[in-house]
Design a protein around this ligand. Structure first.
Ligand code: PMP
Length: 360
């Protein structure tokens, strides 16, 4: 068996020990004689898996008791709609920071339900920096303030939580959740698809302050109603049972590594050395303001863009895969989530140096 270093933005590399554990438990989960895939979601065995997963997520993120934790199937994209459906609470407008392609998609979806007010936009600087919070315009009458903590495509990440301006702060944390400690109590709602730092795709997490739920807009489907999902333990209908289990195994791995403080040290080290290699070279470049560079997704360009294809072909031959930038922006991109080992980044840096020596 040979495993590659997979720099995919999501679905993305998973800890090998998680995959091996899933493999070992595939046919017979702890003496039940069946796979987790085959279990009723109402069985006591499955409920124990679901509850342990929620408890571990609460522990890792130190989620306060007055927050509900939901496991839903919609993907983060579904929550682009779920957020306004649940959090408008009789109001007509919401405020969004537009810092990249994913916040743009969240904004487009929110417009189906609300008047969207843009607090700040990085469009004019090509999504390479974010205006200081003091320059944002946040209407205190709006229902909530939404931002995207890490722009997976643009490689732009908030290093601090922005001031909420007196509104419930809502964050799409899809691509940097669990990568560092965060203060959940600063948020009204956090949502994230699982397929970067939490497991496979097909499941998303919503963490929401309980006083904000229960006032959905008319026509909200029940599966999108956070209150109904919370009241039913995220089992209003059949959940993505196997994905939930894999998410649980991934959380156990994060705990074994030392939790989010350890993840932060690990991620910071990887990102710093990769950006240092890019900055030290005249052949590679990253356009993002160093104050907002993502620790999770590192886009970079070659001085000779015509060599991009050769770069990815030769990288693949060296066991370094999925380094092409998002189809909407081109260039290259290395996604280096929690499960990417230091050795993977070291191998990429060595490959880049050799490629530059050969072709620059
Ligand atoms: N938000 C961000 C920041 C993302 O990176 C993605 C997916 N790459 C999404 C939302 C959409 O998530 P999903 O595909 O799980 O619906």
């Amino acid at each position: 068996m040979s495993r590659v270093y997979n720099f995919s933005a999501g679905p993305s590399t998973l800890p090998e020990s998680v995959l091996l554990r899933a493999q070992a438990e595939l046919l017979d989960w702890r003496g039940t004689g069946m796979s987790v895939m085959e279990m009723s979601h109402r069985s006591k065995e499955y409920v124990s898996i679901a509850e342990k997963t929620e408890a571990d997520l609460r522990e890792l993120l130190a989620v306060p008791a007055n927050y509900k934790v939901l496991f839903v199937q919609s993907g983060a994209f579904g929550q682009f709609a779920g957020v306004p459906m649940n959090l408008l609470r009789g109001k007509t407008s919401a405020v969004y920071a537009n810092t990249g392609i994913w916040s743009g998609k969240a904004i487009a979806e929110a417009k189906l339900y609300a008047e969207v007010k843009i607090a700040t936009s990085s469009k004019d600087n090509g999504f390479t920096t974010i205006a200081p919070r003091a320059e944002w315009v946040v209407d205190a009458e709006a229902a909530y303030l939404h931002y995207t903590s890490n722009e997976t495509i643009n490689g732009l990440e908030f290093q601090d939580i922005p001031d909420d301006g007196g509104l419930p702060l809502v964050c799409d944390m899809s691509s940097d959740i669990l990568s560092r400690p965060i203060d959940v109590s600063r948020f009204g709602l956090i949502y994230a698809g699982a397929q970067k730092n939490m497991g496979p795709s097909g499941i998303a997490v919503v963490i929401v302050r309980e006083d904000l739920i229960g006032q959905t807009v008319k026509g909200t489907p029940s599966v999108f109603d956070y209150k109904q999902q919370a009241d039913n333990g995220s089992m209003l209908n059949t959940p993505a049972t196997y994905n939930w289990y894999l998410l649980g195994l991934t959380l156990e791995w994060v705990k074994e590594q030392g939790g989010l403080a350890a993840m932060e040290v690990h991620n910071k080290a990887k990102a710093e050395k990769l950006y240092a290699a890019i900055d030290a070279s005249p052949f590679y470049s990253n356009p993002v303001d160093p104050a907002y560079r993502s620790r999770m997704n590192v886009p970079f360009r070659l001085a000779k863009p015509e060599l991009e294809k050769t770069f990815s072909t030769e990288a693949k031959a060296a066991g370094l895969v999925t380094l092409d930038g998002h189809r909407s922006v081109g260039g290259m991109r290395a996604s280096i989530y929690n499960a990417m080992p230091q050795a993977g980044v070291d191998a990429l840096i060595a490959f880049m140096a050799e490629f530059e020596r050969k072709y620059a």
